[in-house]
Design a protein around this ligand. Structure first.
Ligand SMILES: [Zn+2]
Length: 297
């Protein structure tokens, strides 16, 4: 995105890494999984949004925040959802209050078990996989169910749960005085949104409608992965996400079996990317037993 200004340089000359998306609000895009981390500074406290995917990455994030702000008082961490690439770095923020949606906190163990299993299957000797496997969980200290605010001194940040979508614990982080929204993985820029085995594809469109409701033409939206986007981008992605939900619903009601759904549906992305999402959608949309054969006549 144009218009981003670099806030600081790494002293070792690595480059311009923090991008200021609004007054005293920065984003840093890390190469591992192309994940974004946010920082919002107030007169009294600093809030960090997501903590990367391993203990080591969390520690390097803390160092990066220290370089960004001369005397940062990081008092708050918000996890946008339970997935490892947004939460496993929590362990490096032991003296900070970590906040997440109540479902994200409750689902952290199961989500961690899944990613550790995948890392073992992928190859436990891979250094990055080994880091993920070895990272201890650091659970949220505080949770919320619908909305809460965090006071940073001369400004505040809103956290709200717009509904289920990418997971059941998605949180949006809004910085109202600068019209910036951190969207977690409800919005992705570097690729299609991730439909994993804990997603809610049929509810995702209405969840995004809630997000769209707080955006303006001047909003800057920080996706969980990729470049900073705007209202038009989120509207477009919301249309695609609605197409997935509508296609699943149409196929279910037409009696198309799950095994044929990927080949028969009209999908906005490579159907293979949607395999798990379609399976989830079928499970959530399934009509009562006995109805499918009638519809498929
Ligand atoms: Zn995620």
């Amino acid at each position: 995105m144009g218009g981003l200004t670099s806030a600081t340089c790494d002293h070792r000359g690595v480059g311009h890494d923090w991008a200021e998306v609004g007054e005293r609000c920065w984003v840093r895009r890390y190469p591992e999984w192309d994940v974004n981390v946010g920082v919002v500074a107030g007169s009294h406290h600093v809030l960090v949004i997501d903590t990367r995917g391993t203990r080591q990455q969390g520690e390097s994030l803390r160092d990066d925040v220290r370089r960004l702000l001369p005397h940062p008082q990081v008092a708050w961490v918000v996890n946008t959802h339970q997935h490892f690439d947004h939460t496993f770095g929590n362990i490096a923020f032991d003296d900070v209050t970590v906040v997440a949606h109540e479902n994200a906190a409750a689902g952290l163990d199961a989500s961690a078990d899944r990613i550790r299993r995948l890392c073992r299957e992928d190859g436990p000797d891979d250094p990055l996989n080994a880091e993920v496997i070895a990272t201890a969980l650091r659970y949220p200290d505080a949770t919320f169910s619908s909305v809460r605010t965090v006071d940073l001194g001369d400004r505040y940040v809103e956290l709200f749960h717009p509904g289920r979508g990418h997971t059941d614990g998605d949180a949006l982080v809004r910085v109202p005085d600068i019209d910036v929204l951190f969207a977690g993985d409800l919005v992705e820029e570097s690729g299609p949104p991730m439909y994993g085995e804990d997603c809610f594809p049929l509810e995702w469109p209405t969840t995004l409608d809630v997000a769209l409701g707080v955006l303006t033409p001047g909003s800057r939206v920080v996706p969980g992965h990729g470049a900073v986007v705007d209202l038009a981008f989120v509207q477009h992605q919301s249309t695609d996400i609605a197409q997935v939900a509508n296609t699943i619903g149409g196929l279910v009601h037409a009696g198309v079996p799950l095994e044929s759904a990927l080949s028969q549906g009209d999908w906005p992305w490579d159907p293979e990317h949607l395999r798990e999402g379609v399976r989830r959608g079928y499970a959530h949309a399934a009509p009562p037993p006995g109805r499918l054969p009638l519809l498929s006549d």
